[in-house]
Write a protein that binds this ligand. Structure first.
Ligand code: ATP
Ligand code: MG
Length: 434
């Protein structure tokens, strides 16, 4: 009865001797032997009867005989040791049987010979289920990744939109104000010129009168001399022309700022073209220094002109955002230095400030849209994320390094020539930390 039970078990049971010759096979194995061998399998090598992965099977059997220790083989590592067809074609996909195999060392009670018992378990159903689950989780992972990318894209698009809107309205406002300021500047300038000439006339009248004072009567002479003295004529003469010169200079500076403002705000996106970056940087410094007057500004460029191919709007925007951050980082005294370095195929902009710097824990986050450490209403956390996208679109790199309490360096490197892409020709401008 026991023999019958072992024979019918739904697992493979086979016994082999030290030469790998078969001593016993239960029905599970027998049913999978060719008909002609079913009554003639004993004393034949197991690897000859079942020509699957003979080498592997032999190695495992040998180790069991030598070490006298069980050996287990899991389907995931070795799915098909015996060349059996799938007994349970669950999905129809599996044509071969997935197997777990365990080999146990045993002894022949009568002869004392070493034997090995092979247990073979059909795990096609579990394997098939496991594989289906694996495929599903891979598909889910992919979907999750796609969703993550989409969310990032949406985040970026949103930040671009807000910045673009902000820039458009500030740009319009700035252009409007610049236009309005231009008119008064014009007439104040003209009036100052006339005033200068009038002053020169008045001075020459006075200068003309002075040598003839002695020809007047004593009373008139004294009266005129006291008029000169009580009105501080000498001081007026000296100071008046200086004041007019200084005012004219001040007005020229206001005119420069207004012109730069107009230049900066009117150019939004004109597509890819040659951009002379030295003058862009000069204009930028004039503008930023007018708004943030605390830092001392330095500009360094070995060449008079440096040209790159790019989209001026986003490029200027990126530089401006980084420069504003640098200027805002100076709380009391300090400097902001902008250097333009021309390399063979690229141009590097280095923006260095001696400001408060960035805390180590924040440095990885500064390019994230909406990341800000500034008080509410002062920063939206968009400057660097927009700069990052603009530089990425210019096939360039932007990196930031900083020491808290010492200062920050931002380095932007863009190629002089770039391969035109769709993104670059679009209006909207859009991270790497060290
Ligand atoms: N030069 C710098 N010095 C110190 N901190 C900086 C500097 N540049 C950037 N940061 C830090 O990075 C954060 C993100 O900068 P980002 O320009 O993206 O946003 P923001 O300046 O806070 O706001 P927004 O630019 O929208 O007005 C800042 O809040 C600040 O903490
Ligand atoms: Mg900023």
């Amino acid at each position: 009865m026991f023999d019958q039970l072992v024979g019918k078990l739904p697992v493979g049971i086979g016994i082999v001797d030290e030469n790998f010759n078969v001593v016993y096979l239960n029905d599970f194995f027998l049913d999978r032997l060719p008909h002609e061998l079913r009554n003639d399998y004993k004393e034949k090598p197991v690897t000859e009867l079942f020509q699957g992965q003979g080498k592997f099977l032999k190695r495992r059997l040998k180790s069991v005989f030598v070490l006298q220790h069980p050996s287990f083989s899991y389907w995931e590592q070795r799915p098909h040791i015996f060349p059996f067809k799938s007994s349970r074609p669950i999905t129809g996909e599996e044509t071969q049987m997935y197997q777990n195999m365990e080999i146990l060392p045993i002894k022949d009670k009568t002869t004392g010979n070493k034997l090995a018992c092979i247990f073979l378990q059909d795990v096609t159903a579990q394997a098939s289920y496991f594989r289906a689950q694996q495929k599903l989780s891979e598909a889910l992972k992919k979907e999750h990744e796609a969703q993550r990318k989409l969310i990032r894209k949406l985040d970026t698009a949103q930040s671009q939109l807000i910045q673009a809107e902000k820039m458009a309205s500030t740009g319009q406002l700035a252009a409007g104000i610049a236009h309005e300021i231009n008119n008064p500047i014009g007439f104040v300038n003209a009036n100052l010129n006339t005033l200068g000439q009038y002053a020169a006339h008045l001075i020459s009248i006075c200068e003309g009168v002075q040598p003839h004072l002695n020809s007047f009567g004593e009373e008139v002479k004294e009266h005129i001399a006291s008029l000169f003295e009580s009105n501080h004529y000498d001081l007026l003469k000296e100071d008046m022309s200086e004041l007019i010169v200084e005012s004219t200079e001040g007005l020229t500076r206001v005119k420069d700022i207004v012109d730069n403002l107009k230049n900066f705000s009117l150019e939004t996106s004109e597509g890819i073209q040659t951009v002379e970056v030295c003058s862009v940087c000069n204009q930028l410094i004039t503008l930023i220094s007018a708004q943030y007057s605390t830092p001392q500004y330095k500009f360094e460029c070995a060449q008079e002109k440096v040209e790159v191919m790019g989209n001026p709007g986003p490029l200027k925007q990126a530089l401006m955002n980084v420069m504003i951050n640098a200027a805002q980082a100076i709380e009391d005294k300090g400097f902001v230095k902008l250097s333009v370095i021309e390399n063979t195929d690229t141009v590097t902009f280095k923006i260095l400030d001696s400001g408060k710097g960035i805390a180590q824990k924040n440095i990885k986050r500064v390019f994230e849209p909406f990341f800000t450490t500034k008080p509410e209403g002062q920063g939206q956390g968009l400057g660097l994320s927009v700069a990052y996208t603009a530089i990425e679109q210019h096939q360039g790199k932007i990196s930031i390094s900083s020491k808290e309490g010492k200062g920050t360096v931002v380095e932007i490197t863009i190629p002089k020539k770039l391969v035109p892409t769709e993104e670059l020709t679009e209006t909207a401008p859009e991270h790497e930390t060290e």
